[in-house]
Design a protein around this ligand. Structure first.
Ligand SMILES: C[S@@+](CC[C@H](N)C(=O)[O-])C[C@H]1O[C@@H](n2cnc3c(N)ncnc32)[C@H](O)[C@@H]1O
Length: 287
C-alpha cells in the first residue's frame, strides 16, 4: 500500500504499545483493526507537539515529561458520540419506578442523586434533568443533583459550558427547548441550559478505573455506551463497584448493546432491557 509521503505512519509495534497503554490506563480495548483510526486520530497530537514521527511520539509518552500527554492521547482515542434522550425506555423506567420514590424523598427532604458515568458533552445528564423536572418541577428546589463524569477533559470542558449547537440539540422537543434552554446571545443558534438545570447538573473528570471520590450512594447510575469499549475483564471490575455505589433501591442503566453477564454473581438482577437493580432489592421491584 502507498502512503502519502509526508504523513507519519504508525507501525505495528508502536500501535501495540499505544493499545497496551490505553488498556492499562482506561480499559479501552483497541483491536488491531483500529490501527488506521488510531493513526489518524493521533496525527493531530503529533502536529500539536511538533513531532514528525510516531517513534518520537512513543518516546515522548514513555518519558517523564510526556506523562501529561497520556490524558490527551486518551482524549483523542475515546469515542464521544452522544445524543439527547437516547433510549426512551430508560426514561420511562425512571418515571415509572423511581419517580414515586423521588416524590417521597422530596416530601421528606431527603437527598436524590443520579450519576451519568461517561457523560460525554452532557447530553445524558441534561436529558435526565429535563425529563425529571418536566414531570416534577419541585425537583428544582429539592436536594437533587446529577453528577456527570467522563475521562476526556475536552468533553468535560464542553459539558461544563452547558451549551449545545442546534445540531446537538436534535432530539430535544421544541417545548423542552423553550422551557429549559436560553439563547447564548451570540447570534448563533446555540442554546445554553437554563439555571434550574445547571444548578442540578455538575460535571467532573473521572476515569472509571481510578478511585471514585464520591462518598454518597446513587439512586440511579447511567453508564450507557461506555463499557462497550472495554473487554469482559474490565467490565467485570466495574459491576461490583457500581453495585456498591447504588442505594438499596438504586438502578443501573447500560447502553442497548451492553449487558451485565451473570448479573446475580455481581449482586444485580435484570428488570428490563439493559436495566438492573440490586439483588437484595429485586423483590421490591417485582411486587
Ligand atoms: C459513546 S460516549 C457515551 C455518552 C453517553 N453515555 C451516551 O450514551 O450518549 C462514551 C463516553 O465514555 C467515556 N469513557 C471512555 N472510557 C472511559 C473511562 N475509562 N472512564 C470514564 N469515561 C470513559 C468517553 O470519553 C466518552 O465520552
Amino acid at each position: 500500500m502507498r502512503h502519502p509521503p509526508d504523513l507519519p505512519q504508525l507501525d505495528d509495534q508502536q500501535f501495540d504499545a499505544i493499545a497496551a497503554l490505553a488498556y492499562r490506563e482506561c480499559g479501552l480495548k483497541l483491536e488491531h483493526e483500529k490501527k488506521l483510526m488510531v493513526q489518524s486520530r493521533l496525527r493531530h497530537r503529533l502536529r500539536a507537539l511538533n513531532l514528525d514521527s510516531f517513534s518520537s511520539y512513543s518516546e515522548h509518552i514513555a518519558s517523564r515529561v510526556g506523562f501529561d500527554e497520556h490524558r490527551l492521547m486518551i482524549s483523542a482515542l475515546t469515542t464521544n458520540v452522544s445524543q439527547f434522550f437516547r433510549e426512551a425506555h430508560h426514561f420511562r423506567l425512571l418515571s415509572d419506578r423511581l419517580m414515586p420514590l423521588f416524590r417521597q424523598r422530596i416530601q421528606e427532604n431527603e437527598r436524590i442523586r443520579i450519576w451519568s458515568a461517561g457523560c460525554s458533552k452532557g447530553q445524558e445528564p441534561y436529558s435526565i434533568a429535563m425529563h425529571l423536572l418536566r414531570s416534577e418541577p419541585k425537583l428544582a428546589t429539592a436536594d437533587f443533583k446529577i453528577l456527570g463524569t467522563d475521562i476526556d477533559p475536552s468533553v468535560v470542558a464542553q459539558a461544563r459550558t452547558a451549551q449545545f449547537t442546534s445540531l446537538e440539540l436534535h432530539g430535544v422537543s421544541t417545548e423542552d427547548i423553550g422551557n429549559f434552554t436560553v439563547s447564548c446571545g451570540d447570534g448563533q443558534s446555540s442554546r445554553r441550559m437554563c439555571d434550574d438545570l445547571t444548578r442540578i447538573v455538575s460535571v467532573n473528570e473521572l476515569n472509571l478505573f481510578d478511585d471514585w471520590p464520591m462518598r454518597f450512594a446513587f439512586d440511579a447510575i447511567f453508564c450507557r455506551n461506555v463499557v462497550i469499549y472495554f473487554d469482559q475483564s474490565k467490565q467485570t471490575q466495574l459491576w461490583p463497584r457500581f453495585n456498591r455505589a447504588l442505594t438499596t433501591t438504586g438502578m443501573l442503566f447500560l447502553g442497548h448493546s451492553e449487558r451485565v453477564l451473570s448479573p446475580q454473581a455481581h449482586g444485580f438482577r435484570s428488570v428490563g432491557p439493559t436495566t438492573y437493580v440490586k439483588c437484595d432489592d429485586a423483590r421490591v421491584w417485582s411486587q
